[in-house]
Design a protein around this ligand. Structure first.
Ligand code: SF4
Length: 326
């Protein structure tokens, strides 16, 4: 695959397995949709719109074709909520058999207590848990579901099964910013790396994002109340900046507003219907299902996706995080 003017190519695939979720997080789901269990169309409704979430066989066929054009080092499975995809272990196993070095998952985790062992056995290399509060009430305020305990049990189950765990926490001003230090201490107690995430201008927060914006500087200032820390070098292609405390504990911040990371972005996104996106700022999905065996056309579509990338920073999108998995 030909690189773009900034030398960027795709070697990380973020694969959205479903656009359905079992939480209704404030930054992802508009108030008006919060009370429906799964606010997006059910599988049947999706079918009735002529769209069908891809099967394991279809996802594998797509990824095999992509591998002829670009060496994918990492496939990150996202959603909606990827643990709702019923053949998840089979898919992980199939991707490992394709030789993908790292197959990892981003999940809200509250189904992990009963799924962790099977995911580990399938070959899963790591899990990022979305955890925006360690306080029961604030967790409910952020996710609109009473699932804190189940999520913590999910984290313990993953650790007990020897799966590498990280925690991702989206911080919203006036909602859960007081949870920065409690979440930090929780991660220290579990000896897992936490990454705080600046709120993104996506979906219903494409407008009005500023009301809740809590910056990288605000987060660092909060952590500095208790910890001394030094900045680390950002690994190439990483979305997070990292710091290390005097005690030797590493943490990160994904600051798409304050410290954009477009210059070496290597991420390609694939949604659950076979459309690719070169950039989160674009909501123009490019279908590739019709050209999996046509390398000329597939290369053209990949170049089209690469052209969607920003050169400096994320500009936002009205696409829902659930449709593309962030
Ligand atoms: S905004 Fe686009 S180019 Fe920038 S980091 Fe995100 S996906 Fe990559």
């Amino acid at each position: 695959m030909k690189a773009d003017a900034l030398g960027r190519k795709f070697n990380t695939l973020r694969l959205s397995l479903t656009n359905v979720c079992n939480l209704a997080c404030l930054y992802c789901v508009h108030e008006s949709d919060a009370n429906s269990q799964t606010f997006l169309p059910t599988a049947n409704e999706v079918q009735s719109q002529g769209k069908k979430i891809l099967s394991v066989k279809q996802f594998v066929a797509v990824i095999k074709s992509l591998l002829r054009h670009t060496p994918l080092k990492t496939v990150r499975l996202t959603g909606g909520e990827p643990t709702l995809y019923k053949d998840l272990p089979e898919l992980i196993n199939a991707l490992k058999k394709l030789g993908i070095p790292r197959v990892v998952l981003t999940t809200n985790g509250f189904l992990l207590k009963r799924k962790a062992a099977a995911l580990k056995a399938a070959g899963l290399d790591g899990i990022n848990f979305s955890l925006d509060a360690i306080d029961k009430e604030i967790f409910f305020k952020m996710s609109r579901r009473d699932k804190l305990e189940a999520t913590l049990e999910g984290i313990d189950a993953a650790l007990e099964n020897g799966i590498k765990v990280k925690i991702n926490s989206v911080i919203m001003k006036g909602v859960n910013d007081a949870q920065v230090l409690p979440l930090f201490d929780f991660a220290v107690s579990k000896n897992v790396v936490i990454r705080f995430i600046e709120l993104m201008k996506m979906g219903h927060l494409y407008k009005g994002h500023n009301d809740y914006f809590f910056s990288e500087e605000n987060i660092l200032w909060t952590i500095a109340k208790k910890y001394d820390f030094q900045k680390k070098l950002r690994p190439t292609g990483s979305t997070a900046n990292y710091w290390e405390t005097r005690e030797g504990y590493k943490f990160g911040i994904i600051a798409n507003e304050s410290s954009p990371f477009c210059s070496d972005c290597n991420r390609l996104r694939l949604d659950s219907f076979g459309n690719i996106y070169g950039c989160l700022s674009s909501n123009d999905g490019i279908s590739i299902l019709g050209c999996l065996d046509d390398d000329v056309q597939l290369e053209q579509r990949l170049q089209q996706a690469l052209k969607q990338k920003q050169t400096t920073k994320f500009t936002g999108s009205d696409l829902s995080m659930k449709a593309i998995g962030g």
